[in-house]
Design a protein around this ligand. Sequence first.
Ligand code: PLP
Ligand code: COI
Length: 355
Amino acid sequence: MELKITKTTAPKAKPVDENNLPFGKTFTDHMLIIDYTEGIGWHDGRIVPYGPIEMDPATTTLHYGQAVFEGLKAYRCPDGKIRMFRPDRNMARLNVSNDRLCIPAIDEEEFTKAIMELVNVERDWVPSAPNTSLYIRPFIFATDVFLGVHPSHTYKFMVILSPVGPYYAEGLNPVKIYVEDEYVRAVRGGMGFAKAAGNYAVSLKGQVVAGEKGYSQVLWLDGIERKYIEEVGAMNIFFKINGEVVTPALNGSILPGITRDSVINVLKSKNIPVSEKRISIDEILEAYNNGTLEEVFGTGTAAVISPVGELCHKGVKMVINNGEIGTVSQMLYDTITGIQSGVIEDTFNWTRIVE
Ligand code: PLP
Ligand code: COI
């Protein structure tokens, strides 16, 4: 797809203090837009100055939430190159989400190239301070102007970019997580496995209540028995119990995280036992009580590897590893960020150079 590029005449000042970049508050000078029209397909790809978009009040997305998104990052590497981490996986997952929400499929390679072209236009915006990157947010939403409930005939794919530091204010310091026992995020047959806007809307209430109790995130349990561990608001979850790392199996109601998959591969490559299975909160409590719950950490593009220092379930506070980051969590953080930022050889062939 040939992209039409219109450069801004009013470039913004770039952040001066890269060591204090908040997550997702600063946006670059340009954005990517590709339209979809039934009968034509995806068309009119263009890079234009970043700015507001006009919408008719009857745009279906605003009413029924036919919207999906992705999150990935680009890194400035010591060899001067800019690398993206596993963009093919994000585009493949976007198509899985599209399918669930009746949004037309994208051409994964073509759209990856379009994103790379945008990142290339904005390459001066990729920060270089440690633990910073350029967060890439592709999203698709329905644009028909109509109040009936049916799949839209028109859509917009857009990509915006944001130079970011750590997602949590805690950085690599362990976060406190509240195990939610009242609200649920998803059920099998629903859209929990998709990166759909509505999955985040439904999670807000639990997150607000947990926040009022002093917790940064919620750990969701399954929607039926309220017993099996699912995932955290913006990350997948791992437990190290008695030397073995375990994470909930992909069951249709959790997001198949790309960092999750990367972590499983790194653990296997280092011969650290890892398995994907159904895990109940009772097993975690039991491991905590008998002293074998060694580490807990979350994984996500925004969150990277985020150690969990405390889990609270029904009033029981489980303090993990004295509230400190564990050795496996630290190794995974160093390995994954090392590969992402080009300081460790990418033997998995996960990164893609932006040029
Ligand atoms: N689970 C949820 C609900 C998320 O929002 C995210 C973040 O994208 C993840 C898990 C982790 O996925 P990934 O590692 O692909 O970023
Ligand atoms: C990500 O990690 O990319 C996410 O999408 C998490 C969150 C910011 C929604």
